[in-house]
Design a protein around this ligand. Structure first.
Ligand code: GMT
Length: 377
């Protein structure tokens, strides 16, 4: 198949998931054309062009030229133009947009612009805040509803998010969950209970929905009982300064390290003892799945798709219940048997229902249906 994929290039989960999907499609023989404002970070770590399985990955940069009249360059228009151009030049079979705002609208406009002899099918995967936060903002809600309604298929990364799309936009989405690269994210050695100085990790883009300050508060409670614990904060984003200030205020400097984005996340997780994810929203929680795949139990909030992902591989609490999370973490750190059970459950779930093979097959079936229904439309 010849597939165009548009996604955000940063280290957000939607860009990571899109990149992992792109690489796997190409490794199964597909010709994949990536459209984004810059090369997605995850793709930058891999050789592009021809891939071992006979397929290929080509990157097409979407430039939004500025002009003195513009206060903000119109990226959606530039993206639509680029998708239509690539579709016509390479005779694309389909476009897959990741994160609806504004990729779904750009892809739908491109499908109308394209000079292909047939209609270009559009599949959009919604990832979370493109539906229940920014996508529901007055400025974006109606264009997003319009665009999703014109896609040949809409997929959602969890049941919880599919319910949100139905409730907010009246659109049925098929659930195709995210997956994890179980070869990169794996336990370091034979599973062991935490040692004398447990390492707790949080990985995120430090946006307000992640409640990074709750991570620090929860950790403070843990350190009150287990002063030898360490916290590694991985990632970067707007709430980083607030997190740094709270670490100083709660006198945790000696216990906390800020690792930024350039750390080797699979290696950090493989050495971790617990992952903390106390988010306000989480349509899926890719960081939780990555930790589970490494055998690391998750302590988090019971929101959105997190219960579907974590299942019996962690302990979830009411959002904001930092005391509960701290107590849960302390209990697990003390109970080797239960700790190992949760860790094994995580590895089992990651290698079962969240295995790349199963998810890829589901996306292929969505692509085939979309191509068939575009022909009859
Ligand atoms: O929706 C977002 O905030 C951005 C998006 C991203 O690009 O990181 O995150 C969402 O998509 C991820 C991949 O599907 C999910 O793992 C995250 O749970 C989801 N974030 C939220 O729902 C807050």
């Amino acid at each position: 198949m010849k597939i165009g994929v548009c996604c955000y290039p940063g280290l957000g989960g939607s860009g990571i998931l899109a990149s992992e999907l792109i690489l796997r499609l190409a490794d199964q023989g597909d010709e994949v054309h990536v459209l984004s404002s810059r090369l997605p970070r995850r793709l930058g770590q891999e050789p592009l062009g021809h891939r071992p399985g006979g397929g290929s990955v080509q990157f097409h940069e979407v430039a939004s030229p500025t002009y003195p009249v513009f206060e903000v360059p119109p990226y959606t228009l530039a993206l639509a133009g680029k998708i239509a151009d690539v579709a016509d030049r390479f005779d694309l079979d389909l476009v897959h947009a990741h994160y609806a705002v504004p990729h779904a609208a750009a892809a739908v406009i491109a499908a109308s612009m394209s000079e292909l002899q047939r209609r270009l099918p559009v599949v959009t995967t919604v990832h979370g805040t493109d539906v229940n936060l920014i996508g529901s903002h007055d400025a974006y809600r109606e264009p997003t509803r319009w665009a999703l309604g014109r896609c040949n298929a809409v997929t959602a990364v969890s049941r919880s998010l599919a319910e949100d799309v139905l409730e907010r936009f009246g659109i049925e989405a098929r659930v195709v969950s995210n997956f994890v690269d179980v070869e990169r994210f794996k336990p370091s050695a034979t599973p062991q209970p935490p040692g004398d100085a447990p390492t707790i990790v949080h990985v995120s883009n430090f946006r307000p929905v992640k409640r990074v300050e709750d991570v620090v508060r929860t950790f403070r409670r843990i350190v009150d009982t287990r002063p030898e614990c360490r916290l590694l904060l991985v990632g970067d984003g707007p709430d980083l300064p607030a997190a740094q200030a709270l670490v100083r205020q709660l006198e945790l400097d000696e216990h906390v390290s800020f690792l930024g984005y350039n750390s080797d996340i699979p290696a950090v997780l493989a050495r971790a003892d617990l992952l903390l994810l106390p988010s306000e929203r989480e349509s899926f929680g890719l960081a939780a799945l990555e930790a589970m795949s490494c055998g690391v139990p998750v302590i988090g909030s019971r929101v959105g798709g997190l219960p579907e992902v974590v299942g019996d591989a962690g302990l979830l609490f009411e959002m904001g219940d930092t005391d509960g999370m701290a107590l849960g973490a302390l209990e697990l750190l003390e109970d080797a048997e239960r700790y190992l059970e949760l860790g094994e459950a995580g590895v089992r779930r990651a290698r079962g229902r969240f295995h790349p093979g199963a998810v890829l097959a589901a996306y292929r079936s969505v692509y085939e249906h979309s191509m068939a229904n575009a022909l009859t439309a």
